[in-house]
Ligand binder design. Structure first.
Ligand code: AMP
Length: 185
C-alpha cells in the first residue's frame, strides 16, 4: 500500500503514522524526521534546513524533493510506504506524481487527519519541540493553511482523499484509520 498522510502540525500525525507503519508493515518516510536527523548529524542539508525549521518555514522544494526521490528508491519502499509530512506544497505533489508514474507505483490513498485549530494549539503548546514556541506555532499553522491545505483539493480531484476525524484518544483515532485502510487491502 502507498499512502500519503496529511494533517496540520499538532494533529497527532507522527503518533498515528508509527501505528500505521507497524500494523501494515510499511516504510515510514517522514521528511521532518529525516531533516531533524540531518540537522543532528550537522550535514550540509541539515544545517540549511535548520534555519527554516526553527522559524516554522518550509524547507525549499528542491531540497525536499531531492531527499524523497532518493529515499523512494530504497528497497524497503518496494512493499509499500507511508509518506508523513510530504508533499506539503503543490510543486512537491506534482514532483511526486511524476516520480511515482515513472516507477509505475501509483498512490492508493491520501489520508487527511482533521483536528480543529483550538485543539491543535492546545496540543502543540504541550509538546515542547524546538519549533513549538508560540509565535513559531502560529506561523506553522498559517503556512499549513496557505500551502498544504490546497493539496486536499488536488487529491480530492484524483479521488484519493479520505478524511479522518483526529479528535479523541489515540486508539479511537487509529481504529478509524484502520477501518478506512482495510478497505484497500
Ligand atoms: P514535521 O516533523 O513534519 O512537522 O516537520 C518539521 C519541519 O520540517 C517543518 O515545519 C518544515 O520546516 C520542515 N519540513 C518537513 N517536511 C517538509 C516538506 N515536505 N516541505 C518543506 N518543509 C518540510
Amino acid at each position: 500500500m502507498r499512502i500519503i498522510f496529511i494533517g496540520p502540525p499538532g494533529a497527532g500525525k507522527g503518533t498515528q503514522a508509527g501505528k500505521i507503519v507497524d500494523s501494515y508493515k510499511l516504510a515510514h518516510l517522514s521528511t521532518g524526521d529525516m531533516l531533524r536527523a540531518a540537522t543532528a548529524a550537522k550535514t550540509e542539508i541539515g544545517l540549511l534546513a535548520e534555519k527554516f525549521m526553527l522559524n516554522g518555514q518550509f524547507v525549499p522544494d528542491d531540497v525536499i524533493i531531492g531527499i524523497i526521490s532518493e529515499r523512494l528508491n530504497s528497497s524497503d519502499c518496494k512493499s509499500g510506504f507511508l509518506l508523513d509530512g510530504f508533499p506539503r506544497t503543490l510543486p512537491q505533489a506534482a514532483a511526486l506524481d511524476e516520480l511515482l508514474q515513472k516507477n509505475k507505483t501509483p498512490l492508493n490513498i491520501v489520508l487527511e487527519l482533521k483536528v480543529p485549530d483550538d485543539e491543535l494549539l492546545r496540543r502543540l503548546a504541550e509538546r515542547g519541540r524546538a519549533d513549538d514556541k508560540p509565535d513559531v506555532i502560529k506561523n506553522r499553522l498559517k503556512v499549513y493553511n496557505e500551502q498544504t491545505a490546497p493539496l486536499l483539493q488536488y487529491y480530492e480531484k484524483q479521488s484519493l482523499l479520505k478524511s479522518i476525524d483526529g479528535q479523541g484518544n489515540i486508539n479511537e483515532i487509529f481504529n478509524r484509520i484502520k477501518e478506512t485502510l482495510d478497505k484497500f487491502i
